[in-house]
Design a protein around this ligand. Sequence first.
Ligand code: ADP
Length: 339
Amino acid sequence: MNFRKASLKLTFSYLLIVMLISVTFSIILYQISSLEIDAGLTRQGRILEQIPDDTVPRPFRNFENIRKEQLDQSNQHLKMNLIYFNLVILVLSGMTSWWLARRTLKPIEEIVDLQNRFTADASHELRTPLTAMRTEIEVLMRDKKVKISDFKNLLKSNLEEIEKLRSLSDSLLKLANYQGKKKNITFDKVSLKDLIQEAYQKILPIAKSKQIQFKFDLKEALVKGNASELVELFIILFDNAVKYSPTNSKVWVNLKKIDHYLEIKVKDEGYGIKATDLPYIFNRFYRADLSRSREQISGYGLGLAIAKQIVESHKGEILVESKLDQGSTFVVKLPLTKF
Ligand code: ADP
């Protein structure tokens, strides 16, 4: 979609409407004013007619001619003024219309841009495992002395790529679901403490495999929320805390009430995030550049985008504080509900 062209079209439409109104009013004003001037001069003429000829000053004796002259002059003046006025309106409304058109189309342009970038990123991520699978198959097919063990290795590697594709399509589907207005999503009274424990159980195997200890300090807290979405949110945060931390480290999970909201903090002592990356980590497909460990850490940069959608659908907010090589703290704030 060419937004410059669309802006021009919209500007032209706005301008047309303004000018139609302005010109119509000017014509009406011209007609009324010239009738008024005419009537005023006719009234003056009648008064002069009642005065005896010899008392009327000489210049006014031939009033009919003067009247016509004055009427022509006034009409001419009026016409010129109205033309100037319409020219000023044309310039001013032209500029305002362009500004308004850009303002109207800007959010749409941004959404279309985002959508295009998303499609490009998603296709790129989908293509990578497919290309890897294809290359491996082609190499094996060219090999004349291929053994059964090579086939087994190929299938194993292909399975890994298929698993990556499955996890990517799962994440994409989740993101699409959370973004669309889900009409049938149910909000119940749920215990955050229980949901946090449930999420912890899911990531326990990977935490154990890296000898990462979780330390909990959880107050009992009930919220109105969707249990499976909230579990998903905590899984994402816990999973990241484990993924982006070295072995033998700790993760602290804190849940407390503050005024009218609940605060959940997930703090790790991992690699941390560069200040320049921080504003973007909730964007879809954004992955901070972890030069030393990037290759080993799997992911598509969709987790935090999903987490943000979940928090926002619960009318809360998610924040992050992080320092490179010192660790990160993700803070989720959810509104307290009275039951
Ligand atoms: P993924 O983990 O799949 O890359 P996410 O959307 O979950 O995607 O995270 C986006 C990026 O934010 C990650 O690539 C990583 O660079 C950074 N990140 C997220 N959580 C942490 C964390 N706890 N510690 C350090 N970096 C993190």
